[in-house]
Design a protein around this ligand. Structure first.
Ligand code: COI
Length: 353
């Protein structure tokens, strides 16, 4: 398939890199590609970033048949462009596609199209410490139809956004709220797919948490409301008696790439890492006995985010001493150093564009 490029005659003004936040500014170009039953995926093109015009009956607007990914491009000291495990993102994209009855894409082609887009947009990759270019591949259902079935047509697009830290707290510990009233996903549902509905399902409890002064919700399993699952924008880890514990993937937890990286690094460093069921009651008991020394979340947007306060029912616990713990700091530094090319990539995770 040949990728065409349509040039823009008007380029945007670049933001001040020290003022970046998350997800508000978009670059000059985007990647687009379409699907229909006859031509399959076709017409791949890089063209000026622009609105998508659609019929009000377009299926994605009604039934949420959409999937997305999140990854980042980093600029190194020598001005090279680094991607972190991008093949894993496109693999997961196709797993999400299967879960939502969306036709799969050619992963190698998508990655090579992304690389071309990044080469065109290289100047948009910020260099200010802690910043990067966030990449959002997305597929939406585009049939103008109100019956409930999988769409026969789709749009696949990739947009780019220069970003700083996801949470306003930066690398300072966040406060999380454990909801006992709402669930994000259930086993057998779509919890492990990166699909818009999971994020829609998180909004109401997220809003309640924000109103109480908490940054995010920690979700419990959707069946017994007992076992810890994830934070919604992050997977979660606990340091318990110097072991690292994270909820085992249950089918309703997103299989995070940063999660997997932390697990692999811990194994390499000889730290005992356990993927298992962990209940919220057990966690609070472990805190009471002094065994819980750290909690942190992992995600592409958030990287590693220490958790300092957890609220569940009427109990509030402080984890750590108000600063990032030793494990969170070590993972954060190692992963960031790899991503920005400050250390040699002995994990085989970096793809230089
Ligand atoms: C990411 O970490 O890339 C995410 O997708 C989380 C969030 C911004 C939706």
């Amino acid at each position: 398939m040949r990728l065409s490029v349509v040039k823009s005659d008007k380029l945007k003004k670049h933001p001040d890199e020290s003022d970046l936040t998350f997800g508000t500014i978009f670059t000059d170009y985007m990647f687009n590609m379409d699907y229909n039953l006859k031509d399959k995926w076709h017409n791949p093109r890089i063209e000026p970033y622009q609105p998508i015009s659609m019929d009000p009956s377009t299926m994605v607007l009604h039934y949420g048949q959409s999937i997305f990914e999140g990854l980042k491009a980093f600029k190194t000291k020598t001005d090279a462009i680094n991607l972190f495990r991008p093949k894993d993102n496109f693999k997961r994209f196709n797993r999400s596609a299967r879960a939502l009855c969306i036709p799969e894409i050619d992963e190698d082609f998508a990655l090579s199209a992304l690389k071309q887009l990044l080469i065109i947009e290289k100047k948009w990759i910020p260099k200010y410490p802690g910043t990067s270019l966030y990449i959002r591949p997305t597929i939406i259902a585009t049939d103008p139809y109100l019956g409930v079935r999988a769409s026969n047509t789709y749009r696949f697009f990739i947009i780019l956004s220069p970003v700083a830290a996801y949470y306003p707290e930066g690398f300072n510990p966040v406060k999380i709220f454990v909801t006992k009233d709402y669930v994000r996903a259930v086993r057998g549902g779509l919890g492990e797919a990166k699909t818009s509905g999971n994020y829609a399902a998180s909004l109401y409890a997220g809003d309640l948490a924000n109103k109480m002064g908490y940054t995010q919700v920690l979700w419990l399993d959707g069946v017994e409301l007992k076992y810890i699952e994830e934070v919604g924008s992050m997977n979660i880890f606990f340091v318990i008696n110097n072991d690292i514990v994270t909820p085992a993937l249950s089918g309703s937890i997103l299989s995070g790439i940063t999660r997997d990286s932390v697990i692999k690094l811990a194994k390499k460093w000889g730290v005992n890492i356990v993927e298992r069921k962990i209940s919220i009651d057990e966690l609070f008991d472990l805190h009471k006995s002094g065994s819980l020394t750290e909690a942190f979340g992992t995600g592409t947007a958030a990287v590693i985010s220490p958790v300092g306060v957890i609220k569940y029912k009427d109990s509030i616990i402080n984890v750590g001493d108000g600063k990032s713990g030793k494990f969170a700091s070590k993972f954060y530094k190692f992963i960031m150093d790899l991503q920005y090319g400050n250390v040699p990539d002995n994990m085989g995770w970096i793809e230089t564009v």
